[in-house]
Design a protein around this ligand. Structure first.
Ligand SMILES: Cc1cc2nc3c(=O)[nH]c(=O)nc-3n(C[C@H](O)[C@H](O)[C@H](O)COP(=O)(O)OP(=O)(O)OC[C@H]3O[C@@H](n4cnc5c(N)ncnc54)[C@H](O)[C@@H]3O)c2cc1C
Length: 72
């Protein structure tokens, strides 16, 4: 038997706003969503590796994208 703990994304909050995949992960292009000005970082987005290092990496990218967006 295989038991997976902690793999259900808590994406309820954005389900009517952003595109989710069949497993309720948020679809993104890197950390950009299809909605201008909304960026997503970490395990809740569609990605191939979910680890602390990739979550931190996403945080950096999403923050930089948000800064660029606000400076526009
Ligand atoms: C069992 C398990 C073991 C793991 N072991 C490792 C490991 O050994 N090494 C490793 O690198 N990675 C490990 N990981 C993966 C790692 O924990 C994640 O990749 C990382 O925590 C993702 O960070 P995050 O900030 O995206 O999400 P999270 O750490 O899940 O943080 C999301 C936060 O958002 C909060 N939240 C959710 N919904 C709302 C809301 N509506 N309003 C406000 N807050 C909300 C949650 O309470 C949570 O605090 C493990 C994961 C699991 C489940």
């Amino acid at each position: 038997m295989f038991i997976a703990i902690g793999l259900v994304p808590q994406s309820e909050l954005v389900k009517d706003l952003l595109e989710l995949n069949d497993f309720k992960y948020i679809n993104t292009n890197e950390c950009k969503t299809e909605v201008e000005g909304i960026f997503v970082a970490g395990d809740c987005r569609v990605k191939s590796v979910r680890q602390l290092t990739t979550a931190v990496n996403d945080g950096t990218i999403a923050a930089q994208l948000a800064i660029n967006y606000l400076n526009k």
